[in-house]
Design a protein around this ligand. Structure first.
Ligand SMILES: Cc1ncc(COP(=O)(O)O)c(C=O)c1O
Length: 397
């Protein structure tokens, strides 16, 4: 393009806003909360440059950052997960970056480490293992999607001489299953695997689970001996409206020991170079602005809505299932006609909907009615094209 004349973009912004509002009605399948909004931050978000480059714990040469707020965010999330005073963390671009940081840390400490995660873990973990050139063992799950710890024990036993990094999931992408983190730690203990890291990917369910624990759901926080790091997404439960995450370590990672870079005056301890100084503001506004009691209430409301959704779907003949803590209701993939109107992610076993705080009974009722029509109008239709979960496999050990 040789020339780019200025033009009035307002019609485009209006169209995008109208489209987003229209699509929100039938998008109840991805776990982004949108109920908390941040108009009080509009000046800071749109008219001030903030760049939290480098370590959140040293200010560096730059002054236009929000690292003090970032530290508060890490501390609030650290407190929720019962992190000890030695905690260390930062605001990431999302859970994926946090998991990458934890895997890289494991590799630096233990170059021969093998990653173990379940077939229901997020697809990015397979890619990260590939990118970091770390061997990966993908484990079986139970019917509800939680890691099969007996399978883990068997796989660990075959490599007792190798350091292990286990990525446990607290809220798997499709069924919101929670891996039994205490049992994972016990499996390592049993085999005397002391060179180990346990990272909890709590992208969606980490915060809801520590805000409102449920009897029978295993603990996923730092009180579980052996948990070394936890990550949560900000744009999922905390409604930050733009992707971000919070990574917390029990103790400072290997990266925290590096010297400051002379150009920035701050240690390069993060995956990215320049980092958003705005997302810590959104996270702080969501966490401290609303307060913990409001978030507990949000969790209870989401669970109640999910229970309602499961019952409405069962009422129209959909074999809907739900873990007791979950916002997610999952079911065998619905006929393809459903996807014309409703956003329908699937894997080889399930479709789902997720009751984030903004989801209403009106939406659930409309979804159930559409599912009923889809099932009766094409009872023998092939389900939506399935996306495979990662195979149980061992990659280049
Ligand atoms: C279990 C799990 N982990 C990680 C992610 C990726 O998180 P992010 O988008 O914050 O990188 C997701 C996203 O859906 C997820 O479900």
């Amino acid at each position: 393009m040789s020339d780019l004349p200025a033009r009035d973009l307002q019609p485009l912004w209006d169209e995008l806003a109208a489209q987003a509002a229209h699509d929100a009605r039938t998008n109840i399948a991805f776990p982004g909360a949108t109920d908390i909004t941040f108009s009080q931050l509009s000046h800071l978000m749109t008219q001030v440059l903030f760049n939290n480059i480098g370590s959140p714990y040293d200010h560096g040469h730059g002054r236009n950052h929000t690292k003090t707020v970032e530290q508060q965010v890490v501390n609030i999330v650290g407190d929720l997960f019962r992190a000890p005073a030695s905690r260390w963390g930062y605001v990431t671009s999302g859970s994926t970056e946090g998991t990458e940081h934890a895997l890289l840390d494991a590799r630096k400490r233990f170059p021969a480490a093998v990653i173990y995660t379940s077939a229901a873990a997020h697809y990015k973990i397979v890619e990260l293992a590939d990118k970091l050139m770390m061997p990966l063992v993908v484990l079986n799950t139970d019917a509800g999607g939680a890691m099969d710890v007996a399978d883990l024990l068997g796989e660990l036993a075959q490599r007792r001489d190798r350091p292990a990094v286990i990525v446990a999931t607290a809220g798997t992408t499709m069924t919101e299953a929670v891996d039994d983190v205490p049992a994972i730690a016990a499996a390592c203990e049993k085999l005397a695997i002391t060179r180990r890291r346990i990272h909890v990917d709590g992208a969606l369910s980490g915060l809801p689970l520590v805000l409102e624990p449920i009897a029978g759901v295993p603990r996923i926080d730092f009180t579980v001996h052996g948990v070394t790091s936890i990550v949560v997404s900000g744009h999922k439960f905390l409604s930050t409206q733009t992707p971000c995450g919070v990574l917390v370590y029990r103790d400072p990672p290997h990266a925290a020991t590096v010297a400051p870079v002379s150009y920035t005056g701050t240690a390069s301890v993060t995956i990215l170079g320049s980092r958003s100084g705005h997302t810590p503001l959104l996270l702080y506004a969501a966490l401290a602005g609303l307060g913990i009691e409001a978030h507990r209430k949000r969790v209870r409301a989401c669970r109640a809505m999910a229970a309602y959704a499961a019952s409405q779907l069962r009422g129209v003949g959909v074999d809907a299932m739900r873990h007791p803590h979950a916002f997610t209701v999952y079911f065998p993939p619905l006929p393809p006609t459903m996807a014309a109107e409703w956003v329908q992610p699937t894997d080889d076993q399930h479709g789902h909907l997720i009751c984030m705080p903004q989801v209403t009974t009106t939406q659930i009722d409309a979804f159930a009615a559409a599912a009923a029509t889809a099932i009766t109008s094409c009872p023998h239709a092939a389900p939506l094209p399935a996306r495979r979960r990662q195979d149980k496999a061992t990659v280049a050990t």
